[in-house]
Design a protein around this ligand. Structure first.
Ligand code: C2E
Ligand code: CA
Ligand code: CA
Length: 345
């Protein structure tokens, strides 16, 4: 065996020994461990360097799931450095005014009306150009940066809604909310204060939470959401079907709409069992008194199936990609002109 293989063999033996349950009084104790391995001299020649490398490997092992063994390699350091680089740049993005909102319309399947726009954050990096949220939201969520970014999004949404109200554009706007944000005790008061200070119509706002967050949130958050709902704010569950849902809990939540995870929508026009599942999920959501949204709709065939199954609202590249506020306003105006022409023809 090579040194790597020998170390991994020993690590697996250690895991086996550690994972064996044992008795403590009348309780059975189960233990687990994640093991990272670093080998001298390849991964370091002093204790500090070796511990650092083993630590990175241990975090990788943890990320891979329970009770794993992971051997250090240089890509781990590169990934950490890349993350640190993004985090440093992201820290300044708010002050430097590098964030922007792109807005994508949600459309009613019955009358073609624009139900709302979803605000999706963009980072206009001075060197790298427009960066999509998938490359930075999770990094922001691991640090406290998501609070700063989330607050920026709330304020930007309030400004947009105030502008739309002043322009006589009665359009609702949805924003995405991260777990870390709602966990803060001042989340609800801060949201209200921001809207009040900018004279923005709170009742035109919609908050989107992932299914996982909805299942985990505290009673205090549920009460806060209920109060917002009573004021006209829509509460939307995002990515439904990607995680685990407790129906009893879902029934108690003040939900306006539920968004099917795009994985449920992707092959709906070609997969019979997919259609059966979506049909059942739509009935279930309607049973809860909420509307169903399908996102990631790219083809007319998907749209036709969704409409036939009773889906209420659709969103996707088939209708429009996320766009700037100005583009969104003209898109809505043009569309309502077209609709008027069709209806009066
Ligand atoms: P999401 O909330 O599920 O947003 C939908 C994503 O699907 C968006 O990607 C959107 O551009 C994309 N999309 C829309 N229609 C289609 C389609 O027809 N086909 C395909 N393939 N994709 C489509 P985006 O803007 O890159 O956002 C990714 C994720 O980042 C969002 O997923 C959301 O989880 C997160 N995110 C975006 N903005 C914010 C924010 O302000 N705060 C927080 N916490 N998260 C945000
Ligand atoms: Ca969303
Ligand atoms: Ca989603």
């Amino acid at each position: 065996l090579s040194a790597d293989q020998e170390a991994e063999r020993i690590a697996h033996l250690l895991l086996e020994a550690l994972c064996e349950s044992f008795q403590m009084g009348d309780q059975t104790i189960e233990m687990g461990a994640s093991i990272g391995i670093a080998i001298s001299p390849d991964h370091g020649t002093d204790l500090t360097a070796l511990m650092k490398a083993a630590d990175l490997a241990m975090y990788k092992a943890k990320a891979n799931g329970r009770s794993q063994v992971c051997l250090y390699d240089t890509s781990l350091t590169a990934a950490v450095e890349e993350k640190a680089r993004i985090e440093r740049a992201l820290r300044q993005s708010v002050e430097r005014g590098e964030l922007a909102l792109a807005i994508q319309p949600l459309i009613c399947t019955r009358n073609d009306a624009v139900v709302a726009g979803e605000a999706l954050v963009r980072w206009n990096h001075p060197v790298e150009g427009s960066i999509l949220p998938d490359s930075f939201i999770s990094i922001a969520e691991e640090s406290c940066l998501i609070i700063q970014i989330g607050n920026w999004v709330i304020e930007a949404a309030a400004r947009t809604l105030a502008r739309w109200q002043a322009a006589g554009l009665p359009q609702r706007l949805t924003i995405n909310i991260s777990p870390r944000q709602v966990e803060r005790p001042d989340f609800f008061s801060h949201l209200r204060d921001t809207f009040a200070s900018l004279d923005a119509p709170l009742f035109m706002l919609e908050l989107e939470f992932t299914e996982t967050l909805a299942m985990r949130c505290s009673d205090a958050v549920m009460v806060g959401l209920g109060a917002l709902r009573a004021q006209g704010v829509s509460i939307v569950i995002d990515d439904f079907g990607a995680g685990y849902s407790n129906l009893a809990r879902l029934k108690d939540m003040p939900i306006t709409r539920v968004k099917l995870d795009s994985s449920l929508v992707a092959d709906i026009d070609s997969c019979e069992s997919g259609r059966t599942i979506v049909s059942a999920v739509i009935h279930l959501i309607h049973g809860l008194g909420a509307e169903v949204v399908a996102e990631g709709v790219e083809r007319r065939e998907q749209f036709e199936v969704l409409r036939a199954l009773g889906c209420d609202v659709v969103q996707g590249f088939m209708f429009a990609e996320p766009m700037s506020e100005a583009e969104f306003s003209s898109w809505v105006a043009e569309r309502s002109n077209d609709l008027y022409v069709v209806q009066s023809a």
